[in-house]
Design a protein around this ligand. Structure first.
Ligand code: FAD
Length: 319
């Protein structure tokens, strides 16, 4: 029986949540065993095997070589394309991250195969659901040539464990000369604060232009910390210099899907919604009762955030 391959995305702190979501999705397809593919440096698989097994990866293909970390994505695409040719999987899932999409695109070209990106659901027959045009349109599509190669949007589903003990199978890394044309010369890892990672947080408190200044964002941070959440920002807040770009939520920022999303002084433009509209519960504070964010919010407070947020914080502190 063919396998479903899941390309692992990990950070120095471990396997990313999107990987666990993909493993869960891969199992739900019922097409065959789920196999994870680690494309990293020497020893990369050892640190993640247990976690991958916990979420149902019966096999872990370990492609480990300095070339996979020292160069841009081209070597990873070559190794993955070779593996696909070798094992003929039923489907391949990659994260819809910048890197995941680039690897997927290159693999699809190498194999002359169809490709679907930004997918939020896949059915056993390969029919995928895609969210397009800033989240305003849902499309069902299918690869018509080759196997389904699909990039999965983070936070599309809830990861569910299904423990197995994975077999680790080393994969020969054989890259082409043209894969080594661009080398990474410096890598800066942002200092990790005490807050959870934005894309993976179960609570996100975001501020918009209505927050008014970088200094006022302390109010947003304070509420986020009380709720154990991450801080997000609208593009207007980022463009105004109130908060760094890495925290932007929306079409040109991060996609989040927390249990609770709190929007403070955010109007609710379609491009912002694109990054947060699948949040389970949305709370908005806006002084304009006509703000479009209220069409989306489960709970809305029409009022001045500088009055509402301190009161909410005070109540939370009492509990
Ligand atoms: P505004 O629209 O100015 O809204 C500020 C809100 O704050 C208003 O509703 C106001 O009533 C309220 N307010 C003001 N003062 C207070 C107060 N004291 N108390 C309570 N409420 C108050 N935007 C994103 O966010 N993310 C993206 O990724 C993104 N990508 C884009 C991509 C493209 C191609 C384009 C064209 C646009 C994109 N945008 C994106 C921009 C988007 O169109 C909006 O301009 C932006 O989201 C507006 O941000 P905002 O809601 O913070 O600001």
């Amino acid at each position: 029986m063919a396998e479903v391959l899941v390309v692992v995305e990990a950070s120095p702190s471990g396997v990313k949540k999107v990987t666990l979501e993909m493993l869960t999705l891969a199992r739900s397809l019922g097409l065959g065993d789920v196999a994870a593919v680690v494309l990293g440096g020497e020893g990369a698989a050892a640190g993640v095997v247990d976690k991958l097994g916990e979420y149902g990866a019966a096999k872990v293909y370990a492609a480990e070589s300095a070339e996979l970390t020292e160069y841009l994505v081209a070597p990873k695409a070559t190794v993955l394309a070779n593996l696909i040719t070798q094992v003929s999987p039923a489907a391949v899932l990659l994260p819809s991250s910048q890197e995941g999409k680039e690897i997927a695109g290159r693999v699809a070209v190498k194999l002359d195969n169809g490709l679907l990106t930004d997918v939020v659901a896949v059915e056993a027959d390969g029919t995928a659901t895609q969210v397009v045009f800033a989240g305003s349109t849902i499309v069902k599509s299918k690869v018509t040539k080759g196997l389904p190669i699909v990039t999965v949007r983070p936070n599309s589903l809830t990861p569910a464990p299904s423990p197995v003990t994975p077999v680790v199978e080393p994969v020969a890394v054989s890259v082409e000369k043209r894969d080594l044309l661009a080398k990474i010369v410096e890598r800066k890892v942002e200092a990790k604060g005490a807050r959870p990672e934005l894309a993976e947080a179960s609570v996100v408190v975001s501020g918009g232009r209505g927050v008014g200044s970088a200094d006022n964002f302390k109010l947003v941070e304070e509420l986020a910390d009380l709720l154990g959440g991450a801080v997000g920002a609208s593009r207007a807040a980022v463009d105004s210099g109130f908060y760094p770009h890495q925290f932007q939520v929306g079409q040109t920022g991060k996609t989040v899907s927390p249990q609770l999303y709190v929007a403070l002084g955010i109007s609710g433009a379609i491009q912002h919604r694109a990054g947060m509209q699948t949040s389970k519960t949305i709370v908005a504070v806006n002084k304009d009762a006509e703000a479009p964010i209220f069409e989306l919010a489960d709970f809305g407070v029409v009022g001045d955030l500088f009055k509402v947020v301190p009161q909410a914080a005070e109540e939370i502190r009492k509990r």
